[in-house]
Design a protein around this ligand. Structure first.
Ligand SMILES: [Zn+2]
Length: 316
């Protein structure tokens, strides 16, 4: 019974296979059967840690331990975990290869020489806790001993459940016991594990929300930029119109000045607008050269003399 190394099998030395673990914490429902399952708390935590990031494909390992016949029951005591390295996992299946069995047996001999393989554990990433037909086939062909169990862990939904043999059928074990060394405080684990559901799905909406928010910000920025551009365009248009108006005014003034100049150079009387602007002293001397052709007289007189002339020429 008492052998050498028991790193994982209990801190107090040799395993007493007649005594049940004393420091226990019941989990789940009370099991009315002639079997009970106990798992060491650090092994349980090790399995959860192992399963934690295995969300892409199934993975697994074996559980090692022993049995204690007590209280009219066969008590299955699980106190070690060995990963099934070199196994082949898909999203929905797990295959223990020849190489993985070699590894498992070597590890059992090295780390748990006085313990037996008491079952297996495998993951169901996001499809819940149950045994598929393939799982039942594995149980029947590989873990067919009446005291060998199955533990299924869903690392995404944070659920797990034991299965054990009852009356020749593999059945869900609705309750089990966590145990630890005597004197170590055993409290119910905080409900953080089951509450934190679906990290993968939770991340997706968060990313979508971030994306939407970024898009909304971009659209808002675009709209405000467009509004700003529109305002500037309006300002520019107003400025342009003002410039156009003042240019038109300047052109009008220039035209008037040119007209008056034209009149002055050609000896015509100034345009009314121009004559109003120019002082009378300037217009008079220029008008006099035009006058000498006509006999001395006033403008009115000249116009009177011309009209009769024109009238005579017109008449035959
Ligand atoms: Zn399965």
């Amino acid at each position: 019974m008492a052998k050498k190394k028991k790193k994982k099998a209990g801190k107090s030395g040799a395993i007493d296979r007649t005594v049940l673990p004393q420091n226990i914490l019941p989990k789940g429902e009370r099991v009315e059967a002639d079997k009970a399952v106990y798992i060491r708390r650090d092994v349980y935590r090790e399995i959860l840690r192992f399963s934690e990031n295995k969300t892409e494909r199934e993975c697994g390992g074996v559980l090692v331990g022993y049995t204690v016949e007590a209280l009219g029951k066969t008590n299955i005591i699980l106190c070690g975990f060995i990963e099934a390295k070199f196994s082949e996992g898909t999203p929905t299946t797990l295959k223990f290869t020849h190489k993985s069995w070699e590894y498992i047996h070597a590890e059992t001999a090295k780390r748990f020489p006085d313990l037996k393989i008491m079952g297996w554990i495998h993951t169901h990433p996001d499809f819940g806790v149950f045994l598929s037909e393939y799982d039942v086939f594995i149980q029947e062909s590989v873990f067919s001993d009446e005291n060998q169990v199955a533990l299924v862990v869903d690392p995404i939904r944070r659920e797990e459940g034991f299965y054990f043999w009852l009356n020749g059928r593999i059945e869900r074990c609705k309750g089990y016991f966590l145990f630890d060394a005597p004197g170590v405080e055993l409290r119910d684990e905080p409900p953080a594990e089951p509450v934190k559901v679906d990290p993968v799905r939770a991340r997706l909406p968060a990313a979508a929300v971030c994306l939407l928010a970024a898009m909304a910000i971009a659209i808002a920025a675009l709209i405000s930029a467009t509004l700003l551009l529109n305002n500037r365009l309006n300002d520019v248009q107003k400025q342009f119109r003002m410039l156009e108006d003042s240019a038109n005014q300047a052109i009008a003034v220039l035209q008037q000045q040119m007209q008056s100049l034209y009149y002055q150079m050609n000896g015509f009387p100034s345009a009314p607008a121009a004559s109003e602007e120019t002082p009378s002293g300037e217009t008079e001397p220029e008008e006099t050269p035009a006058d000498p052709a006509a006999p001395a007289g006033e403008e009115e007189g000249a116009s009177e003399t011309q009209q009769p002339d024109g009238g005579e020429e017109a008449q035959p």
